[in-house]
Write a protein that binds this ligand. Structure first.
Ligand SMILES: C[S@@+](CC[C@H](N)C(=O)[O-])C[C@H]1O[C@@H](n2cnc3c(N)ncnc32)[C@H](O)[C@@H]1O
Length: 257
């Protein structure tokens, strides 16, 4: 794997650029994780959901609809890891109501600034934002009911550390609903080392079964894939033939007491 700091810099630069373009009124060109046409994954239909949140907060960067699977209740505390412009936060904020709260964490200051503007636009008072890296989350243990994340963990170099953090932060009985990219088959080393494909949510994605085993080994219960969309990589990448696939999965699980 490439240098983790180099990966984070590449990722931050890419999403800062997407946030800046959005701020200037120039929307990203495609509904995909990376926000450009490098990998065009039309996997998520947010058209109905976005009407319940703040439509401007949906930059088409997700790869699933985790809020649909999280069964968020009034009064709960929800944590959105890699919140981007805030779409899943605002959907959650409506669900938890005035007695609950939603915390969004993101690595990219420009994305957080955009999310904050969107929160003001939507009049949300039960949301708060933190700049942070998912490998080092400065939040209290057992303080969260629900963890969400949408197309982010594949971008983080050490995914096991992220899931360990999620386990630490959830209250006993708490749950997660996470949409993410995974691969199946043998991914060529040239793809794995391509920085643009890292920040585009392909090169950093783990092999599907290895990913699921990792989550279970950390100690979560009832871990399962609730939604999945598989694609041949050659449909999205400039390859004659690929021999490997990419998939968006939404995974749920719980911290058993
Ligand atoms: C593909 S976008 C998804 C944004 C949002 N979840 C959505 O569905 O619109 C990935 C987001 O994750 C953030 N991110 C990437 N790596 C991160 C890390 N190590 N820690 C925190 N946030 C990170 C990026 O800044 C970006 O806003």
């Amino acid at each position: 794997m490439s240098d983790p700091q180099e990966i984070k810099l590449e990722v931050r630069n890419r999403y800062a650029g997407i946030a800046r373009n959005q701020s200037s009124g120039c929307a990203p060109s495609a509904a995909d994780c990376g926000g450009d046409k490098l990998v065009e994954l039309q996997m998520v239909d947010y058209s109905e959901l976005r009407q319940q949140g703040v439509p401007e907060a949906d930059l088409g960067l997700g790869c699933g609809t985790p809020t649909v699977w999280a069964q968020i209740q009034e009064g709960e505390t929800v944590l959105d890891l890699g919140c981007g412009a805030g779409i899943d936060m605002f959907l959650s904020a409506r669900a938890v109501g005035a007695t609950g709260r939603v915390i969004g964490v993101d690595l990219t200051p420009e994305m957080l600034a955009l999310a904050q503007r969107n929160a003001s636009r939507g009049g949300f008072t039960n949301v708060r934002f933190m700049r942070g890296d998912l490998e080092h989350l400065a939040l209290a243990a057992a303080s969260v009911d629900v963890v969400l994340s949408n197309c982010v963990i594949n971008l983080v170099p050490d995914k096991a550390v992220v899931y360990k953090q999620i386990h630490r932060l959830l209250r006993p009985g708490g749950r997660f609903a996470i949409s993410d990219m995974v691969t199946y088959g043998e991914v060529p080393a040239t793809v794995r080392q391509d920085m643009a494909l890292w920040s585009g949510c392909i090169a950093g994605a783990m092999e599907r079964e290895t990913y699921m085993d990792m989550i279970r080994e950390i100690g979560f219960g009832s871990v399962r894939v609730v939604a999945e969309s598989q694609h041949d990589a050659a449909d999205y990448l400039p390859l004659d033939e690929s021999g490997f696939g990419i998939a968006s999965v939404t995974v749920v699980g719980e911290k058993t007491a």
